[in-house]
Design a protein around this ligand. Structure first.
Ligand SMILES: O=C(O)CCC(=O)C(=O)O
Ligand SMILES: [Fe+2]
Length: 310
C-alpha cells in the first residue's frame, strides 16, 4: 500500500502550523542572542567544567542528581523494561555488541519526553549541535551477561563524509539507569580523540585494552554526553543481570535524523512542551516537503516586512 501523500502533506502542514505557532511566544535565539542565552544557561545549570570536558576530552559526565534526581532513572529503566516485553527488538543489536535494542521510544512513555527536555543535558546539546538540534534516536540498549564487546567507533562514522569538521554534527546523550562498571560492560572512550576528526582505524576497533582507552565507571543516575567524533565502544559484560541505557543522540539541523520523529508527534505533545520540543522533532525545519513546498512560516522563510505575504 502506497503512502497517501496528499494526507501526509495535510498532516504535516497541521503539525508545522502548531509548531510554528509555539515560536510566536518563544522564538529560538539567533546570532549574538543565541550565544548570550547559551552562556546564561551554562552558568545557571553549573556546566562550565562540563563544557571544558567536552572541549578537551570530547565527553562530559553529569553525576547523579545533576541532570535529574536518581529516582527519575528508576522510572526510565522501568519504562524501558516494560516496553521491552512487548516491542520488537532491533535485529542488528546483539550481533554488533549493542545488546537488545529498542528504537524510537519517545512516543511510548512520557518519561522519555522528560529526559529529552531536561535543561542541563539540553544545554550541553545546544553547545555541541546548536539551538536547531533535532533528536536523531530515542533508543534503549539492554545488555545481559552474554553481551559482547562493542567495537570502538565514532558516531559520525557512516553519517558524515570525511574529513570531519571540528564542530560536532551529531552528539550522544547517554542516560545511565544501571551502574556502569568494567564487569557490567561500561562504555569506554579514547579521551581527546574527537580532535582527530576521523574514524577509528581498523587495528583499534577491538583493542579495548590499549592504554589510551578509559572505561567510564559511574553510578546509576549519571548522564554522559559526547561529541560525534569521539572514539568509543563498550567492554563485554561478564556479570549477571542487565545493563539498561537510554541513548538520545541529536543532530544539527542540516543532518538527516536516524528516526522520523514528525511521523509520531501529536498535537498534544506539541502543546504540552516548550517550542524547542517541536524543533527537536524536526517540525521547525522547512524540509522535507511534498507537493506543497516549504511552509511560508518555516524558519528562514518569514515574509519580508511590507511584502504581499505579511
Ligand atoms: O552503550 C553502549 O554500549 C554504546 C552505545 C553507542 O555506541 C552509542 O550509543 O553511540
Ligand atoms: Fe556510538
Amino acid at each position: 500500500m502506497a503512502i497517501d501523500a496528499v494526507q501526509l502533506a495535510a498532516d504535516l502542514k497541521e503539525l508545522r502550523g502548531l509548531a510554528n505557532a509555539k515560536l510566536e511566544d518563544e522564538p529560538l535565539p539567533n546570532g549574538e542572542e543565541a550565544g548570550k542565552r547559551l552562556r546564561a544557561d551554562i552558568e545557571r545549570y553549573d556546566l562550565k567544567s562540563d563544557i571544558a570536558d567536552l572541549e578537551t576530552k570530547g565527553y562530559a559526565i553529569l553525576p547523579p542528581g545533576k541532570a535529574k534526581p536518581v529516582e527519575f532513572f528508576d522510572r526510565l529503566r522501568e519504562a524501558i523494561l516494560r516496553l521491552a516485553e512487548t516491542r520488537r527488538h532491533g535485529e542488528l543489536g546483539p550481533a554488533m555488541g549493542f545488546g537488545a535494542t529498542l528504537y524510537h521510544l519517545l512516543p511510548y512513555d512520557r518519561v522519555f519526553e522528560e529526559a529529552l527536555m531536561a535543561p542541563a543535558t539540553l544545554t550541553l546539546v545546544t553547545y555541541l549541535v546548536g539551538y536547531r538540534a533535532k533528536l536523531s534516536q530515542s533508543t534503549a540498549i539492554i545488555k545481559d551477561s552474554r553481551a559482547a564487546a562493542l567495537g570502538m567507533h565514532a558516531d559520525h562514522s557512516g553519517k558524515l563524509p570525511e574529513p570531519w569538521p571540528n564542530i560536532a554534527q551529531y552528539c550522544n546523550v547517554t542516560w545511565v539507569t544501571t551502574d556502569y562498571t568494567r564487569e557490567n560492560g561500561a562504555v569506554c572512550v579514547w579521551p581527546g580523540s574527537h580532535r582527530f576528526c576521523r574514524p577509528v582505524p581498523d587495528d583499534v576497533v577491538f583493542d579495548h585494552g590499549r592504554e589510551e582507552i578509559e572505561v567510564l565507571e559511574m553510578p546509576k543516575g549519571s548522564v554522559i554526553v559526547w561529541h560525534g567524533s569521539l572514539w568509543h565502544g563498550a567492554v563485554p559484560r561478564t556479570t549477571e543481570g542487565q545493563r539498561v541505557t537510554l541513548v538520545l543522540p541529536h543532530v544539527r539541523d542540516h543532518v538527516q535524523p536516524q528516526e522520523i520523529y514528525w511521523a509520531t508527534t501529536t498535537p498534544e505533545m506539541i502543546a504540552r512542551n516548550p517550542a524547542r520540543f517541536s524543533t527537536l522533532m524536526g517540525l521547525h525545519s522547512p524540509n522535507p516537503w511534498l507537493h506543497d513546498g516549504p511552509s511560508l512560516t518555516a524558519r528562514g522563510l518569514r515574509p519580508v516586512t511590507g511584502s504581499q505575504f505579511e
